[in-house]
Design a protein around this ligand. Structure first.
Ligand SMILES: *[C@@H]1O[C@H](CO)[C@@H](O)[C@H](O)[C@H]1NC(C)=O
Ligand SMILES: *[C@@H]1O[C@H](CO)[C@@H](O)[C@H](O)[C@H]1NC(C)=O
Ligand SMILES: *[C@@H]1O[C@H](CO)[C@@H](O)[C@H](O)[C@H]1NC(C)=O
Ligand SMILES: *[C@@H]1O[C@H](CO)[C@@H](O)[C@H](O)[C@H]1NC(C)=O
Ligand SMILES: *[C@@H]1O[C@H](CO)[C@@H](O)[C@H](O)[C@H]1NC(C)=O
Ligand SMILES: *[C@@H]1O[C@H](CO)[C@@H](O)[C@H](O)[C@H]1NC(C)=O
Length: 418
Protein backbone atom coordinates (compact mmCIF):
# COMPACT_ATOMS: atom_id res chain seq x y z
CA UNK A 1 0.00 0.00 0.00
CA UNK A 2 1.13 3.46 -0.71
CA UNK A 3 1.35 4.69 2.82
CA UNK A 4 2.72 8.08 3.59
CA UNK A 5 5.25 9.20 6.16
CA UNK A 6 4.64 12.72 7.35
CA UNK A 7 7.35 15.30 6.77
CA UNK A 8 7.37 19.06 6.99
CA UNK A 9 6.31 20.93 3.90
CA UNK A 10 9.19 22.48 2.04
CA UNK A 11 8.94 24.99 -0.74
CA UNK A 12 9.58 23.66 -4.23
CA UNK A 13 11.89 26.52 -5.13
CA UNK A 14 15.20 24.70 -4.88
CA UNK A 15 18.55 25.38 -6.40
CA UNK A 16 18.90 22.80 -9.12
CA UNK A 17 22.01 21.12 -10.40
CA UNK A 18 22.66 21.17 -14.12
CA UNK A 19 22.17 17.70 -15.56
CA UNK A 20 22.34 16.27 -19.01
CA UNK A 21 19.07 15.22 -20.58
CA UNK A 22 18.69 11.52 -21.08
CA UNK A 23 17.32 9.79 -24.13
CA UNK A 24 13.70 8.95 -23.47
CA UNK A 25 11.45 6.03 -24.15
CA UNK A 26 8.95 7.13 -26.82
CA UNK A 27 5.58 5.81 -27.93
CA UNK A 28 7.03 5.14 -31.36
CA UNK A 29 9.85 3.07 -29.91
CA UNK A 30 9.38 -0.41 -28.61
CA UNK A 31 12.23 -0.06 -26.17
CA UNK A 32 11.35 -2.20 -23.17
CA UNK A 33 10.56 -0.51 -19.88
CA UNK A 34 12.50 -1.73 -16.85
CA UNK A 35 11.22 0.55 -14.13
CA UNK A 36 10.62 0.92 -10.42
CA UNK A 37 9.14 3.53 -8.15
CA UNK A 38 11.59 5.14 -5.71
CA UNK A 39 9.92 6.44 -2.56
CA UNK A 40 11.46 9.64 -1.23
CA UNK A 41 10.38 8.87 2.33
CA UNK A 42 12.44 5.69 2.49
CA UNK A 43 15.70 7.41 1.61
CA UNK A 44 16.43 7.96 5.29
CA UNK A 45 14.94 4.62 6.33
CA UNK A 46 17.47 2.29 4.78
CA UNK A 47 17.18 2.89 1.06
CA UNK A 48 19.29 5.90 0.05
CA UNK A 49 19.79 6.78 -3.63
CA UNK A 50 23.19 5.10 -3.49
CA UNK A 51 21.49 1.73 -2.94
CA UNK A 52 19.53 1.86 -6.21
CA UNK A 53 20.75 -0.68 -8.80
CA UNK A 54 20.65 2.00 -11.48
CA UNK A 55 22.32 -0.15 -14.13
CA UNK A 56 19.46 -2.66 -14.03
CA UNK A 57 16.76 -0.13 -14.94
CA UNK A 58 16.14 2.36 -17.70
CA UNK A 59 13.49 4.28 -15.75
CA UNK A 60 13.11 5.24 -12.08
CA UNK A 61 9.98 6.99 -10.87
CA UNK A 62 10.24 9.30 -7.87
CA UNK A 63 7.21 9.11 -5.59
CA UNK A 64 5.22 11.18 -4.97
CA UNK A 65 4.37 14.65 -6.02
CA UNK A 66 0.85 15.08 -4.72
CA UNK A 67 -2.08 17.12 -5.97
CA UNK A 68 -3.18 20.11 -3.90
CA UNK A 69 -6.45 22.06 -3.66
CA UNK A 70 -4.84 24.57 -6.00
CA UNK A 71 -4.56 23.70 -9.67
CA UNK A 72 -1.44 25.90 -9.71
CA UNK A 73 0.68 23.73 -7.44
CA UNK A 74 1.95 20.25 -6.73
CA UNK A 75 3.44 19.30 -3.38
CA UNK A 76 6.36 17.10 -2.46
CA UNK A 77 5.16 17.05 1.12
CA UNK A 78 6.12 13.69 2.59
CA UNK A 79 8.59 12.79 -0.16
CA UNK A 80 11.63 14.85 0.75
CA UNK A 81 11.71 17.73 -1.77
CA UNK A 82 15.44 18.24 -1.27
CA UNK A 83 16.09 14.72 -2.55
CA UNK A 84 14.36 15.05 -5.91
CA UNK A 85 17.12 17.09 -7.61
CA UNK A 86 19.67 14.54 -6.37
CA UNK A 87 17.50 11.72 -7.66
CA UNK A 88 17.33 13.30 -11.12
CA UNK A 89 21.05 13.97 -11.16
CA UNK A 90 21.93 10.40 -10.08
CA UNK A 91 19.54 8.93 -12.64
CA UNK A 92 21.02 10.99 -15.45
CA UNK A 93 24.55 10.13 -14.45
CA UNK A 94 23.56 6.49 -14.89
CA UNK A 95 21.78 7.08 -18.19
CA UNK A 96 18.42 6.34 -16.56
CA UNK A 97 15.25 8.32 -17.29
CA UNK A 98 14.03 10.23 -14.25
CA UNK A 99 10.25 10.34 -13.88
CA UNK A 100 8.02 11.64 -11.11
CA UNK A 101 4.77 9.98 -10.11
CA UNK A 102 1.95 12.41 -9.36
CA UNK A 103 -0.74 11.19 -7.00
CA UNK A 104 -0.64 7.81 -5.30
CA UNK A 105 -3.28 6.36 -2.99
CA UNK A 106 -3.11 9.36 -0.66
CA UNK A 107 -2.01 12.04 -3.11
CA UNK A 108 -4.72 12.22 -5.73
CA UNK A 109 -7.41 14.06 -3.79
CA UNK A 110 -7.53 16.95 -6.23
CA UNK A 111 -7.04 15.33 -9.63
CA UNK A 112 -10.75 15.48 -10.41
CA UNK A 113 -11.15 19.19 -9.65
CA UNK A 114 -7.83 20.02 -11.32
CA UNK A 115 -9.05 18.64 -14.64
CA UNK A 116 -12.77 19.45 -14.23
CA UNK A 117 -12.98 22.47 -16.54
CA UNK A 118 -11.15 23.69 -19.64
CA UNK A 119 -9.72 26.52 -17.57
CA UNK A 120 -8.42 24.20 -14.87
CA UNK A 121 -6.97 21.76 -17.39
CA UNK A 122 -4.98 24.52 -19.05
CA UNK A 123 -3.71 25.68 -15.68
CA UNK A 124 -2.85 22.13 -14.56
CA UNK A 125 -1.04 21.44 -17.84
CA UNK A 126 1.15 24.44 -17.10
CA UNK A 127 1.68 23.34 -13.49
CA UNK A 128 2.81 19.87 -14.56
CA UNK A 129 4.92 21.05 -17.51
CA UNK A 130 6.63 23.68 -15.35
CA UNK A 131 7.29 21.12 -12.63
CA UNK A 132 8.88 18.74 -15.15
CA UNK A 133 11.02 21.53 -16.54
CA UNK A 134 12.09 22.82 -13.13
CA UNK A 135 13.34 19.40 -12.10
CA UNK A 136 14.65 18.40 -15.53
CA UNK A 137 12.41 15.34 -15.64
CA UNK A 138 12.17 12.89 -18.53
CA UNK A 139 8.67 11.75 -17.73
CA UNK A 140 5.54 12.00 -15.63
CA UNK A 141 3.62 9.02 -14.29
CA UNK A 142 0.00 9.87 -13.43
CA UNK A 143 -1.07 7.81 -10.45
CA UNK A 144 -4.71 8.81 -10.11
CA UNK A 145 -6.44 6.28 -7.88
CA UNK A 146 -8.94 6.40 -9.55
CA UNK A 147 -10.91 8.41 -12.13
CA UNK A 148 -14.63 8.24 -11.26
CA UNK A 149 -13.91 5.54 -8.70
CA UNK A 150 -13.43 6.74 -5.14
CA UNK A 151 -10.19 5.39 -3.75
CA UNK A 152 -9.03 6.60 -0.35
CA UNK A 153 -12.46 8.00 0.46
CA UNK A 154 -12.19 11.78 0.16
CA UNK A 155 -11.02 12.33 -3.41
CA UNK A 156 -12.82 14.96 -5.44
CA UNK A 157 -14.73 12.90 -7.99
CA UNK A 158 -16.93 13.38 -11.03
CA UNK A 159 -18.73 11.17 -13.52
CA UNK A 160 -16.69 12.98 -16.19
CA UNK A 161 -13.28 12.19 -14.67
CA UNK A 162 -12.08 9.84 -17.38
CA UNK A 163 -13.10 12.14 -20.23
CA UNK A 164 -11.60 15.13 -18.44
CA UNK A 165 -8.41 13.17 -17.77
CA UNK A 166 -8.13 12.42 -21.48
CA UNK A 167 -8.72 16.07 -22.45
CA UNK A 168 -6.06 17.06 -19.94
CA UNK A 169 -3.54 14.52 -21.27
CA UNK A 170 -4.22 15.60 -24.85
CA UNK A 171 -3.50 19.20 -23.93
CA UNK A 172 -0.43 18.21 -21.96
CA UNK A 173 0.92 16.13 -24.85
CA UNK A 174 0.34 19.05 -27.22
CA UNK A 175 2.20 21.31 -24.80
CA UNK A 176 5.23 19.12 -24.09
CA UNK A 177 5.44 17.36 -27.46
CA UNK A 178 7.78 14.40 -27.35
CA UNK A 179 9.93 15.93 -24.60
CA UNK A 180 8.32 13.88 -21.86
CA UNK A 181 7.39 10.25 -21.47
CA UNK A 182 3.80 10.26 -20.21
CA UNK A 183 2.41 7.22 -18.45
CA UNK A 184 -0.39 6.30 -16.07
CA UNK A 185 -0.43 3.87 -13.19
CA UNK A 186 -3.79 2.13 -13.54
CA UNK A 187 -6.10 -0.41 -12.00
CA UNK A 188 -6.37 -3.84 -13.62
CA UNK A 189 -9.58 -2.70 -15.32
CA UNK A 190 -9.81 0.29 -17.69
CA UNK A 191 -10.64 3.75 -16.33
CA UNK A 192 -14.24 3.99 -15.13
CA UNK A 193 -16.37 5.95 -17.60
CA UNK A 194 -19.39 8.20 -16.97
CA UNK A 195 -21.72 5.19 -16.78
CA UNK A 196 -19.72 3.81 -13.85
CA UNK A 197 -18.30 0.89 -15.84
CA UNK A 198 -14.81 0.28 -17.18
CA UNK A 199 -14.22 2.21 -20.42
CA UNK A 200 -14.73 0.19 -23.57
CA UNK A 201 -12.59 2.50 -25.69
CA UNK A 202 -9.25 3.78 -24.40
CA UNK A 203 -7.70 4.41 -27.81
CA UNK A 204 -7.57 8.13 -27.03
CA UNK A 205 -5.35 7.39 -24.04
CA UNK A 206 -3.14 5.15 -26.16
CA UNK A 207 -2.52 8.08 -28.50
CA UNK A 208 -1.27 10.45 -25.81
CA UNK A 209 0.29 8.15 -23.24
CA UNK A 210 3.50 6.30 -23.94
CA UNK A 211 2.26 3.44 -21.81
CA UNK A 212 0.17 2.42 -18.85
CA UNK A 213 1.66 0.64 -15.85
CA UNK A 214 -1.02 -1.71 -14.56
CA UNK A 215 -0.87 -1.91 -10.78
CA UNK A 216 -1.41 -5.64 -10.60
CA UNK A 217 -1.06 -5.75 -6.82
CA UNK A 218 -3.28 -5.18 -3.79
CA UNK A 219 -5.71 -7.42 -5.66
CA UNK A 220 -6.25 -9.30 -2.39
CA UNK A 221 -5.37 -7.82 0.99
CA UNK A 222 -6.63 -7.34 4.54
CA UNK A 223 -9.80 -5.75 3.10
CA UNK A 224 -10.67 -9.04 1.36
CA UNK A 225 -12.74 -11.88 2.77
CA UNK A 226 -9.98 -14.51 2.56
CA UNK A 227 -6.22 -14.76 2.17
CA UNK A 228 -5.67 -14.40 -1.58
CA UNK A 229 -2.84 -13.42 -3.90
CA UNK A 230 -1.49 -9.87 -3.64
CA UNK A 231 -0.28 -9.93 -7.23
CA UNK A 232 -1.79 -12.79 -9.24
CA UNK A 233 -0.45 -13.55 -12.67
CA UNK A 234 -3.65 -15.34 -13.57
CA UNK A 235 -7.14 -15.70 -12.15
CA UNK A 236 -9.10 -17.25 -14.99
CA UNK A 237 -7.95 -20.60 -13.56
CA UNK A 238 -9.33 -19.70 -10.09
CA UNK A 239 -12.83 -20.60 -8.99
CA UNK A 240 -15.36 -17.97 -10.16
CA UNK A 241 -15.66 -16.38 -6.69
CA UNK A 242 -11.90 -15.91 -6.52
CA UNK A 243 -11.48 -14.09 -9.84
CA UNK A 244 -10.66 -10.61 -8.58
CA UNK A 245 -8.25 -9.59 -11.34
CA UNK A 246 -4.76 -10.51 -12.46
CA UNK A 247 -2.12 -9.70 -15.03
CA UNK A 248 -3.94 -11.95 -17.49
CA UNK A 249 -7.32 -10.28 -16.89
CA UNK A 250 -5.75 -6.81 -17.04
CA UNK A 251 -4.09 -7.46 -20.37
CA UNK A 252 -7.30 -9.00 -21.71
CA UNK A 253 -9.48 -6.07 -20.56
CA UNK A 254 -7.15 -3.19 -21.43
CA UNK A 255 -6.30 -4.58 -24.85
CA UNK A 256 -9.98 -5.29 -25.59
CA UNK A 257 -10.60 -1.60 -24.90
CA UNK A 258 -7.90 -0.64 -27.39
CA UNK A 259 -4.67 -0.31 -25.44
CA UNK A 260 -1.94 -1.89 -27.60
CA UNK A 261 -0.14 -4.74 -25.88
CA UNK A 262 3.22 -3.04 -26.31
CA UNK A 263 1.92 -0.02 -24.40
CA UNK A 264 1.12 -2.13 -21.35
CA UNK A 265 3.75 -2.34 -18.60
CA UNK A 266 3.15 -4.90 -15.86
CA UNK A 267 3.26 -3.44 -12.37
CA UNK A 268 4.89 -5.94 -10.00
CA UNK A 269 5.18 -5.95 -6.21
CA UNK A 270 8.27 -6.33 -4.04
CA UNK A 271 6.02 -6.69 -0.99
CA UNK A 272 3.20 -8.81 0.33
CA UNK A 273 0.25 -8.63 2.71
CA UNK A 274 -0.05 -10.40 6.04
CA UNK A 275 -3.07 -11.97 7.71
CA UNK A 276 -3.80 -13.56 11.08
CA UNK A 277 -4.81 -17.17 10.41
CA UNK A 278 -5.25 -19.68 13.25
CA UNK A 279 -3.74 -23.13 12.57
CA UNK A 280 -7.24 -24.61 12.52
CA UNK A 281 -7.89 -22.59 9.33
CA UNK A 282 -4.39 -22.57 7.84
CA UNK A 283 -3.99 -26.21 6.87
CA UNK A 284 -5.75 -28.52 4.49
CA UNK A 285 -8.21 -30.66 6.43
CA UNK A 286 -6.42 -33.69 7.87
CA UNK A 287 -2.96 -32.23 7.26
CA UNK A 288 -0.64 -30.47 9.67
CA UNK A 289 1.79 -29.25 7.03
CA UNK A 290 -0.06 -28.47 3.80
CA UNK A 291 -1.36 -24.89 3.60
CA UNK A 292 -4.88 -24.43 2.31
CA UNK A 293 -5.86 -22.01 -0.47
CA UNK A 294 -7.93 -18.92 0.36
CA UNK A 295 -8.28 -19.53 4.13
CA UNK A 296 -10.36 -17.22 6.32
CA UNK A 297 -8.43 -14.81 8.51
CA UNK A 298 -9.10 -12.80 11.66
CA UNK A 299 -9.62 -9.25 10.42
CA UNK A 300 -9.75 -7.85 13.95
CA UNK A 301 -6.20 -9.00 14.55
CA UNK A 302 -4.19 -7.40 11.73
CA UNK A 303 -0.52 -8.32 12.19
CA UNK A 304 2.13 -5.65 11.93
CA UNK A 305 4.32 -5.82 8.87
CA UNK A 306 8.04 -5.03 8.66
CA UNK A 307 9.90 -1.92 9.81
CA UNK A 308 8.47 0.07 6.87
CA UNK A 309 4.90 -0.80 7.73
CA UNK A 310 2.63 1.98 8.84
CA UNK A 311 1.84 1.05 12.45
CA UNK A 312 -1.31 3.11 12.36
CA UNK A 313 -1.93 6.77 11.59
CA UNK A 314 -4.44 9.32 10.42
CA UNK A 315 -4.72 9.19 6.62
CA UNK A 316 -5.09 12.00 4.06
CA UNK A 317 -8.85 12.01 4.71
CA UNK A 318 -8.37 12.48 8.46
CA UNK A 319 -9.45 8.92 9.19
CA UNK A 320 -7.43 6.72 11.55
CA UNK A 321 -6.10 3.58 9.84
CA UNK A 322 -4.53 0.72 11.79
CA UNK A 323 -1.42 -1.20 10.72
CA UNK A 324 -1.18 -2.09 7.05
CA UNK A 325 0.53 -5.42 7.64
CA UNK A 326 2.80 -5.02 4.60
CA UNK A 327 5.99 -7.05 4.36
CA UNK A 328 8.67 -6.05 1.89
CA UNK A 329 10.71 -8.86 0.41
CA UNK A 330 13.69 -7.80 2.53
CA UNK A 331 11.34 -7.64 5.50
CA UNK A 332 10.39 -11.29 5.06
CA UNK A 333 14.08 -12.15 5.33
CA UNK A 334 14.40 -9.83 8.33
CA UNK A 335 11.31 -11.28 9.98
CA UNK A 336 12.46 -14.88 9.72
CA UNK A 337 10.02 -16.03 7.03
CA UNK A 338 12.70 -16.37 4.35
CA UNK A 339 16.37 -17.26 4.29
CA UNK A 340 18.84 -14.71 2.90
CA UNK A 341 18.58 -16.66 -0.37
CA UNK A 342 14.85 -15.87 -0.46
CA UNK A 343 13.71 -19.43 0.28
CA UNK A 344 11.26 -20.44 3.04
CA UNK A 345 13.11 -20.52 6.37
CA UNK A 346 13.22 -23.73 8.44
CA UNK A 347 10.01 -24.03 10.45
CA UNK A 348 8.03 -21.88 8.04
CA UNK A 349 5.23 -23.46 6.01
CA UNK A 350 5.14 -22.66 2.31
CA UNK A 351 2.69 -22.92 -0.54
CA UNK A 352 3.10 -21.92 -4.17
CA UNK A 353 -0.22 -21.35 -5.88
CA UNK A 354 -0.06 -22.57 -9.48
CA UNK A 355 -2.99 -20.49 -10.77
CA UNK A 356 -1.96 -17.07 -9.41
CA UNK A 357 1.69 -18.15 -9.61
CA UNK A 358 2.41 -16.57 -6.23
CA UNK A 359 3.81 -17.93 -2.95
CA UNK A 360 2.55 -17.93 0.63
CA UNK A 361 4.45 -18.37 3.88
CA UNK A 362 3.03 -19.19 7.30
CA UNK A 363 4.45 -19.02 10.79
CA UNK A 364 2.29 -21.31 12.90
CA UNK A 365 3.53 -19.83 16.18
CA UNK A 366 2.69 -16.23 15.36
CA UNK A 367 -0.23 -17.39 13.19
CA UNK A 368 0.87 -14.96 10.49
CA UNK A 369 0.33 -15.86 6.83
CA UNK A 370 1.83 -13.71 4.10
CA UNK A 371 0.89 -13.59 0.43
CA UNK A 372 3.86 -12.23 -1.52
CA UNK A 373 6.17 -12.57 -4.55
CA UNK A 374 9.49 -14.35 -4.80
CA UNK A 375 12.11 -15.21 -7.42
CA UNK A 376 9.90 -17.93 -8.88
CA UNK A 377 6.80 -15.74 -9.22
CA UNK A 378 8.87 -12.90 -10.67
CA UNK A 379 10.43 -15.30 -13.17
CA UNK A 380 6.97 -16.39 -14.31
CA UNK A 381 5.90 -12.75 -14.65
CA UNK A 382 9.02 -11.99 -16.69
CA UNK A 383 8.26 -14.90 -19.03
CA UNK A 384 4.70 -13.69 -19.37
CA UNK A 385 5.93 -10.19 -20.32
CA UNK A 386 8.22 -11.70 -22.92
CA UNK A 387 5.71 -14.16 -24.39
CA UNK A 388 2.81 -11.71 -24.44
CA UNK A 389 4.85 -8.84 -25.84
CA UNK A 390 4.17 -6.42 -23.00
CA UNK A 391 6.33 -3.31 -22.86
CA UNK A 392 8.06 -4.26 -19.62
CA UNK A 393 7.74 -4.10 -15.85
CA UNK A 394 7.51 -1.47 -13.14
CA UNK A 395 8.16 -2.56 -9.57
CA UNK A 396 6.60 -1.01 -6.47
CA UNK A 397 8.99 -0.33 -4.96
CA UNK A 398 12.71 -0.35 -5.76
CA UNK A 399 13.59 -0.49 -2.07
CA UNK A 400 11.45 -3.55 -1.31
CA UNK A 401 13.78 -6.06 -2.92
CA UNK A 402 16.55 -7.98 -1.16
CA UNK A 403 19.90 -8.23 -2.92
CA UNK A 404 18.08 -7.82 -6.26
CA UNK A 405 16.65 -11.34 -6.02
CA UNK A 406 13.33 -10.22 -7.51
CA UNK A 407 14.76 -7.71 -9.97
CA UNK A 408 17.35 -10.11 -11.36
CA UNK A 409 14.73 -12.81 -11.72
CA UNK A 410 12.27 -10.78 -13.79
CA UNK A 411 14.98 -9.18 -15.90
CA UNK A 412 16.37 -12.59 -16.73
CA UNK A 413 13.16 -14.18 -17.96
CA UNK A 414 11.85 -11.02 -19.63
CA UNK A 415 15.13 -11.20 -21.54
CA UNK A 416 15.93 -7.54 -21.11
CA UNK A 417 19.55 -7.17 -21.97
CA UNK A 418 19.77 -4.15 -19.74
C1 LIG B 1 2.08 18.17 4.83
O1 LIG B 1 1.96 16.97 5.61
C2 LIG B 1 1.64 17.20 6.97
C3 LIG B 1 1.66 15.87 7.69
O2 LIG B 1 0.92 14.91 7.01
C4 LIG B 1 0.30 17.91 7.09
O3 LIG B 1 0.02 18.17 8.44
C5 LIG B 1 0.33 19.20 6.29
O4 LIG B 1 -0.94 19.79 6.30
C6 LIG B 1 0.76 18.93 4.86
N1 LIG B 1 0.85 20.18 4.13
C7 LIG B 1 0.31 20.33 2.90
C8 LIG B 1 0.47 21.66 2.28
O5 LIG B 1 -0.25 19.43 2.32
C1 LIG C 1 -10.70 24.44 -10.48
O1 LIG C 1 -9.59 24.54 -9.63
C2 LIG C 1 -9.78 25.29 -8.44
C3 LIG C 1 -8.51 25.26 -7.61
O2 LIG C 1 -7.45 25.91 -8.19
C4 LIG C 1 -10.90 24.75 -7.63
O3 LIG C 1 -11.16 25.57 -6.52
C5 LIG C 1 -12.15 24.61 -8.48
O4 LIG C 1 -13.15 23.97 -7.70
C6 LIG C 1 -11.86 23.80 -9.71
N1 LIG C 1 -13.05 23.71 -10.55
C7 LIG C 1 -13.87 22.67 -10.52
C8 LIG C 1 -15.09 22.75 -11.38
O5 LIG C 1 -13.64 21.66 -9.84
C1 LIG D 1 -20.20 16.06 -17.70
O1 LIG D 1 -20.00 16.63 -18.98
C2 LIG D 1 -21.21 16.91 -19.65
C3 LIG D 1 -20.87 17.35 -21.07
O2 LIG D 1 -19.88 18.33 -21.04
C4 LIG D 1 -21.96 17.99 -18.87
O3 LIG D 1 -23.19 18.30 -19.49
C5 LIG D 1 -22.22 17.46 -17.46
O4 LIG D 1 -22.80 18.48 -16.68
C6 LIG D 1 -20.93 17.01 -16.79
N1 LIG D 1 -21.23 16.33 -15.55
C7 LIG D 1 -20.61 16.58 -14.41
C8 LIG D 1 -21.02 15.77 -13.23
O5 LIG D 1 -19.73 17.44 -14.31
C1 LIG E 1 -4.59 -18.62 -17.21
O1 LIG E 1 -5.54 -19.61 -16.92
C2 LIG E 1 -6.23 -20.09 -18.04
C3 LIG E 1 -7.32 -21.03 -17.53
O2 LIG E 1 -6.78 -22.09 -16.83
C4 LIG E 1 -5.26 -20.78 -18.99
O3 LIG E 1 -5.93 -21.22 -20.14
C5 LIG E 1 -4.17 -19.78 -19.39
O4 LIG E 1 -3.18 -20.42 -20.15
C6 LIG E 1 -3.52 -19.17 -18.15
N1 LIG E 1 -2.60 -18.11 -18.58
C7 LIG E 1 -1.39 -17.94 -18.03
C8 LIG E 1 -0.54 -16.86 -18.58
O5 LIG E 1 -0.99 -18.61 -17.10
C1 LIG F 1 -9.56 -12.34 16.51
O1 LIG F 1 -8.65 -11.47 17.12
C2 LIG F 1 -9.18 -10.77 18.22
C3 LIG F 1 -8.15 -9.70 18.62
O2 LIG F 1 -6.91 -10.29 18.90
C4 LIG F 1 -9.50 -11.75 19.31
O3 LIG F 1 -10.05 -11.08 20.43
C5 LIG F 1 -10.49 -12.77 18.79
O4 LIG F 1 -10.70 -13.77 19.75
C6 LIG F 1 -9.99 -13.41 17.52
N1 LIG F 1 -11.04 -14.21 16.93
C7 LIG F 1 -10.88 -15.51 16.70
C8 LIG F 1 -12.07 -16.19 16.07
O5 LIG F 1 -9.85 -16.08 16.92
C1 LIG G 1 7.52 -17.50 14.33
O1 LIG G 1 6.96 -16.56 15.21
C2 LIG G 1 7.42 -16.70 16.55
C3 LIG G 1 6.56 -15.77 17.42
O2 LIG G 1 6.56 -14.46 16.89
C4 LIG G 1 8.89 -16.37 16.60
O3 LIG G 1 9.38 -16.48 17.90
C5 LIG G 1 9.63 -17.35 15.70
O4 LIG G 1 10.98 -16.99 15.61
C6 LIG G 1 9.03 -17.35 14.31
N1 LIG G 1 9.59 -18.44 13.54
C7 LIG G 1 10.46 -18.27 12.58
C8 LIG G 1 10.94 -19.50 11.88
O5 LIG G 1 10.82 -17.16 12.24
Amino acid sequence: MLSFIAAPLLALSLALPAVCTNSRVTRASSEPVAAAWYTGWHATEGFPLSDVSWEKYNTLIYSFAITTPSVYSLSLNGSDPTLLPQFVSEAHQHGVAAHVAIGGWAGGLWFSSNVATAENRTAFVKTVADFAERYDLDGINFDWEYPNDQGIGCNTISANDTTNFLYFLQELRENVGERLTLSAATAVTPFIDATGSPSTDVTGFAEVLDYIAVMNYDIWGPWSTAVGPNAPLNDTCASPGDQDGSAVSAVRDWSAAGMPINQIVLGVASYGHSFSVPPSDAFVSGSTTQLVAYPMFNASNQPLGDAWDDTGSVDACGVYEGPGGDWDFWGLVDGGFLTPEGNPAPGIYYRYDTCSQTPYVYNETSQVMVSFDNAQSFAVKGSYIKETGLRGFAMWEAGGDYKDILLDSIRYTAEFGL
